[in-house]
Design a protein around this ligand. Structure first.
Ligand SMILES: Cc1ncc(COP(=O)(O)O)c(C=O)c1O
Length: 357
């Protein structure tokens, strides 16, 4: 809050085209230093997770254009994937419940089961036509907090290397420590070509997003030829106040004991939420880092009416949660006290006991 107050006195906004400011520069330095790339990466700012993904998709395609492979117009997403609500993000996510209505307007993508075999088959069949594979590493959030292991993630990544396509890590939900490592992809020891960040970047206080670009992709754009520019921008790209909040948030995160806090919260979920597994009607419990999800054995997925009932039960106990249909989950911030965690877990437990069939 202090950083925001200070920033408002210095520079409230400037169009981030032909101009820059110290907060944007500093934040980019911080973020790039935390990527597994050699020097030469870049940061492209935008306002929200969806636009961070749009930027990644456009940039991936233009990268191939610069390499004289403009026929690479296909993107691959995964079942249960969610990447936002703009058209590119909808096309890659392609969730039938969220976006089925817009199907006639979406561009062609390939949606595969999250397995190395399925990805290998699709990339073989469409050899030379795919620009990038887009995945939420370790946790597919809006798709129901579905989790895969670091080994599975590494294997998926290896398939993208084998087929020479770009790998976009959508860390909009998982980034900034939420899964136990700074970036979820760290746990698999992989090196994505593009990384999308939002949500946690400002500690959830102001809208800001970033698409981080590895040096190999940057290289294709690094030319004095203006026609090869990546033309994309928004009115509030890299807003100085939001960037100041993000720098302060980063410095707080890095100077603090975030790893201890994630471990504390994960341990708490293991002791309070995991035992609910034994209840009849509970299909699965998924815990990773700050995330605890309870899937109830009730049909209907995201549209299941039980979602509203679970939400009401939690609200009655003073806890505002937003179930994904039959999946009740919590993802509290790092600073959540043990007392608050206990209140949340109690509300979740009560809601599950009273709503399950
Ligand atoms: C993984 C992922 N990508 C992208 C988005 C879209 O972000 P935004 O809602 O900021 O547009 C979300 C939002 O929930 C998300 O979870």
């Amino acid at each position: 809050m202090q950083a925001i107050r200070d920033a408002t006195h210095r520079l409230d906004h400037v169009l981030f085209a032909g101009a820059t400011h110290p907060h944007a520069g500093k934040l980019a330095e911080h973020l790039l230093r935390a990527m597994p790339w050699p020097a030469g990466g870049r940061v492209f700012y935008s306002d929200n997770g969806s636009t961070a993904v749009e930027v990644a998709l456009k940039m991936a395609f233009q990268f191939w254009c610069h390499r004289n492979e403009s026929h690479r117009t296909l993107f691959v997403g995964f079942e249960n994937g969610y990447h936002g609500d703009t058209f590119g993000a909808m096309s890659v996510g392609r969730d039938p419940v969220f976006f089925g209505r817009f199907e006639p307007l979406l561009f062609r993508t390939l949606r595969v089961h999250l397995s190395t075999e399925a990805l290998d088959v699709v990339l073989t069949r469409h050899r030379g036509d795919v620009a990038a594979v887009v995945l939420e590493p370790l946790v597919q959030g809006a798709g129901g907090m579905q989790m895969h292991s670091p080994d599975e993630l590494r294997a998926i990544f290896e398939v993208t290397r084998k087929h020479r396509v770009l790998f976009v890590a959508d860390e909009v939900m998982t980034g900034f420590g939420r899964t136990g490592s700074l970036w979820a992809f760290n746990q698999a020891g992989i090196v994505p070509n593009l990384v999308c960040l939002a949500k946690g970047i400002t500690g959830g206080v102001l809208p800001l997003a970033a698409t981080l670009v590895s040096p190999d992709v940057v290289g294709a754009f690094d030319t004095p030829d203006r026609s090869r520019t990546f033309f994309h921008g928004h009115s509030f790209t890299a807003n100085p106040i939001a960037c100041a909040a993000a720098v302060a948030n980063w410095e707080l995160l890095r100077s603090g004991r975030w790893q201890a806090d994630v471990a504390r919260i994960e341990r708490f979920w293991e002791s309070s939420v995991r035992p609910l597994d034994a209840l009849p009607g509970v299909k699965d419990i998924r815990i990773r880092g700050l995330i605890a999800a309870i899937e109830l054995d009730i049909p209907g997925g995201y549209l299941a009416a039980i979602g509203a009932a679970l939400r009401r039960e939690c609200l009655d106990r003073g806890v505002l949660l937003r179930p994904l249909g039959n999946v009740l989950y919590a993802l509290p911030p790092l600073c959540t006290s043990d007392e608050s965690l206990a209140v949340i877990a109690d509300a979740m437990s009560h809601a599950v006991r009273s709503c399950r069939m």
